[in-house]
Design a protein. Structure first.
Length: 169
């Protein structure tokens, strides 16, 4: 079962709680919500069996192993590692728009908060980055370029052209 994290209103939360069995033990950090449709959520442990995802039309990378496989099997890869926020969403949109023209490049997204994205967050090319998203470009399995923060269409196209060549007409 896929469960998508999203913002919920207090009304939705109240409905969820009233339709659930809410257990609040005496120990503050042991809040657990039990519902037959959802796994147990316990603040002191990881959220087991809950998947979050980026709501884009890009292919998603969920694990470091998957990323490694993608960059070794494809010559040119662009990965935007971010969240669904105001600095990241425009970059996802640009990537979606450029996909048809840049058929020689594979476009992916990866969640910044996913522990598996540490391979991008801790790469030497991204070490000093402060803003989201981290956009990285791989050529033949090697990271050849990395940018941080919002990018516009001309900036992304310039990098794609310089690193991977212009699209074929």
């Amino acid at each position: 079962m896929n469960f998508h994290m999203k913002s919920v209103s207090s009304t939705d939360l109240s409905r969820f709680i009233s339709n659930s069995q809410l257990s609040i033990p005496n120990h503050k950090s042991q809040l657990a919500i039990r519902n037959s449709q959802y796994p147990i959520i316990n603040r002191t442990s990881q959220l087991a069996n809950i998947k979050t995802m980026l709501y884009t039309n890009l292919n998603h990378i969920e694990t470091a192993t998957q990323l490694e496989k993608i960059i070794t099997e494809n010559e040119n890869v662009m990965v935007c590692c971010g969240r669904m926020g105001p600095m990241c969403i425009p970059v996802y949109g640009i990537m979606e728009e450029l996909q048809p023209a840049y058929s020689h490049v594979k476009f992916f997204d990866m969640e910044f908060d996913n522990p598996e994205s540490i391979v991008i967050r801790n790469a030497p090319e991204t070490k000093g980055f402060m803003g989201l998203p981290y956009t990285v470009y791989y050529k033949n399995g090697k990271m050849v370029k990395a940018t941080t923060s919002i990018q516009n269409m001309p900036q992304v196209k310039s990098i794609l052209d310089a690193q991977f060549g212009q699209p074929k007409a």
